[in-house]
Write a protein that binds this ligand. Sequence first.
Ligand SMILES: [Zn+2]
Length: 287
Amino acid sequence: MSRTAAHTLRLWLFLLVLVPVSLFGRGSIHPQFAMTPQEFRDMVFGLPLEVQARVLRDPSVFLEMTAAVIESGLELTRHVDRTHGLSHLHTPEDLVNLLEQHPGIPVYAADDRLAAPAAMALQELVDAALQDGVRLAISSAFRDFAMQEELYAEHIVRFGFRATQQLVAPPGHSEHQLGTTVDFFPVGRRFDNTPQDQWLTEHASTFGFSMSYPPGLEDITGYMHESWHYRYIGREAIALRDRFFGGVQFHLTEFLFFHGDFLRETFRADSTVHHTDSQTVITSRRY
Ligand SMILES: [Zn+2]
């Protein structure tokens, strides 16, 4: 080997070692996260197998899309189900009155409220549906703990405890308490296969809204299919849900419930905002 060739080879070897180290820093798996490959594998280990396979096939894309979800505010993907609930004091800070702020959205009650980002996205969704000739109206939006308690008690009196478990979330366990969730009119099996149901099934995701309780997933979500119930999780979370989590919101929010703190701690944001108490920052920004 000539001296020049040997020199070129050394240079290439040097670059091969140096570039990845400088890009990924201290052996981290991705420039946006201070996380080792082993920590990454441990994190995805508990995911459903088909989700795990997709994530391990494309870890970089997964982390890039996860970074976008963190930046859009993890509060939007907060996991709420029968076992993971909210405090009776949990109330979003930026609730807006739909009738006053968004008169274009038909509502059932004059005091129906939603968190501001969800209300804005809902306005866009309702307008787009109308352009397609589909009229959407809201049956129910934000419900605080006490309202859910009342609804739950009413259902038990009318339908009994067992039936109520499939129909209504116990107080503290309703996505409506997040202020990002709506029921479209009319609630119940009457909504199935209506033009509204069909339009939402096809287009709600485009506006950042997710069907929380899809058909066939009763054993996972704990609820029968609710064609009328949609939660705003944001476009970034929808993209991640569809690319890696098989379109299942529950799997996504459960994953972020277990690993959201770790992801947020290891996230290297390019602004200083995330290095402070990010829960507070995101909370004050979104709610
Ligand atoms: Zn609902």
